[in-house]
Design a protein. Structure first.
Length: 163
């Protein structure tokens, strides 16, 4: 289960803080995204229907996203890479264009050597080359890229808890 919502999916930062029950529901889903609403309800002290409503509200508000986290290699995507991108001008429009590309699953605006970082998942080197040369580098404002190809995934987790 992935409880990370993308920035573009998030409502503005004026939303109310989460209460302890919502945080407890999120923790339960982080442990097991398939856990039933009835089982969660027993832990947090709510009915199954109340948990269902809370989860729906958390999803609608962009707080959580319940998905299957997969191993790209097992699904035929042999090439993963993080791509550092330098931009001239406004970062938002470039980040939005990157987010529209199917092969890119992660886009962040950063501080440091790169203005943006994005993660790409491709079937092979040829697809990665096409992505970089024909899609990313042709976006207006992109001045340079640096590609960091993944050799081995050692850790990927989404269960950092709640505050």
């Amino acid at each position: 289960m992935n409880t990370r919502a993308s920035q573009s999916d998030r409502p503005s930062d004026r939303r109310a803080p989460l209460d302890d029950v919502s945080k407890a529901i999120i923790e339960q889903l982080q442990q097991d995204g398939r856990r039933s609403y009835a089982a969660i309800g027993k832990v947090v002290g709510l009915s199954e229907a109340a948990v269902r409503q809370r989860v729906q509200r958390l999803t609608d508000n962009g707080v959580i996203q319940v998905v299957a986290v997969t191993d790209p290699l097992q699904l035929g995507f042999a090439r993963q890479a993080m791509i550092g991108i330098c931009v001239s001008g406004a970062l938002g429009p470039v980040a939005d264009r990157l987010a529209e590309i199917d092969a890119i699953d992660y886009v962040v605006i950063t501080a440091g050597s790169y203005d943006l970082l994005c993660e790409a998942v491709c079937e092979n080197d040829a697809d990665l080359l096409e992505l970089i040369s024909e899609k990313i580098r042709t976006i207006e404002g992109v001045t340079s890229t640096e590609t960091f190809m993944y050799l081995e995934l050692r850790k990927q987790t989404y269960s950092w808890g709640v505050r």
